[in-house]
Design a protein around this ligand. Structure first.
Ligand SMILES: Cn1ncc2cc([C@H](O)c3cccc(CNC(=O)c4cc(-c5ccc(F)cc5)cc(O)c4O)c3)ccc21
Ligand SMILES: [Mg+2]
Length: 215
């Protein structure tokens, strides 16, 4: 097919959503992915759980691993107060290009810093380059085999401090067994599983919320 799936998602946003209205961007993507073409956005059901965790944490600094088309970036950024921001890492330049346009259409570009690069390369530079002390909330939604190594990297870089909340997508489907085992068995995390469904389907999936308890 001539266009990519992310390009078709952007087109659906440009056709159906109102510039500056983040909710209409979210609704347009969910409608397209439910009725036209499935895509790996966190979706509306798990997205509501993401919303509730963002509201509960009231984060000032958020890290998102895996931007894709920017759907969850918009969900998070729309709930942030002035002065708060989400740094989102995307290594795929085509995804990043689409996400920038989706985020711009939603009118939230002032609350988002999209960094083109791989998590393993960018995380060690977070303090120095972005003046980040520690993240209040980390949303993990990139390659599932990177959840655990990147969590350990964030710990080593001092970017996770007492009270930092990790929220991981897809802990059942596709699944992140080594990550789950780590956060559920570590004495330094308090974990809770939010049972839900794989975006736009009836398959089971869920989010794992893990609060860092400090050293
Ligand atoms: C290192 N680094 N640093 C930044 C960074 C960014 C990326 C990309 O954003 C990217 C590209 C491809 C895949 C992903 C992970 N996402 C998934 O694989 C996924 C799958 C499914 C699913 C479920 C059932 C199926 F049948 C098929 C797919 C449902 C979901 O919600 C997903 O998130 C993320 C990658 C590595 C990166
Ligand atoms: Mg996901």
């Amino acid at each position: 097919t001539r266009t990519s799936r992310p390009q078709r998602i952007l087109k659906a946003v440009q056709r159906k959503a109102t510039v500056g209205d983040p909710q209409s961007v979210i609704t347009a993507i969910d409608h397209f992915c439910r009725h036209r073409e499935w895509a790996m956005n966190v979706g509306d059901e798990k997205g509501s759980i993401l919303d509730s965790v963002v509201n509960e944490v009231s984060p000032v600094t958020v890290l998102e691993l895996g931007t894709y088309c920017g759907y969850s970036t918009v969900r998070i950024a729309r709930l942030l107060p002035p002065g708060a921001c989400v740094i989102t890492l995307e290594f795929n330049p085509d995804y990043a290009a689409i996400a920038r346009q989706v985020i711009k259409w939603s009118g939230l570009e002032d609350k988002v810093q999209l960094v083109e690069g791989a998590s393993g390369d960018c995380i060690p530079w977070m303090k120095e380059h972005f003046g980040v002390q520690a993240f209040d909330l980390v949303f993990l939604d990139h390659w599932k085999e990177r959840y655990l190594p990147d969590t350990k990297l964030l710990e080593e870089c001092g970017l996770i401090q007492k009270g930092t909340v990790l929220l991981a997508d897809n802990v059942i489907c596709p699944g992140t067994p080594d990550y789950l085992e780590y956060v559920r068995n570590s004495p330094r995390y308090n974990s809770h599983y939010y049972r839900s469904h794989l975006e736009y389907t009836k398959a089971e999936d869920g989010l794992e919320k893990s609060v860092f308890l400090g050293y």
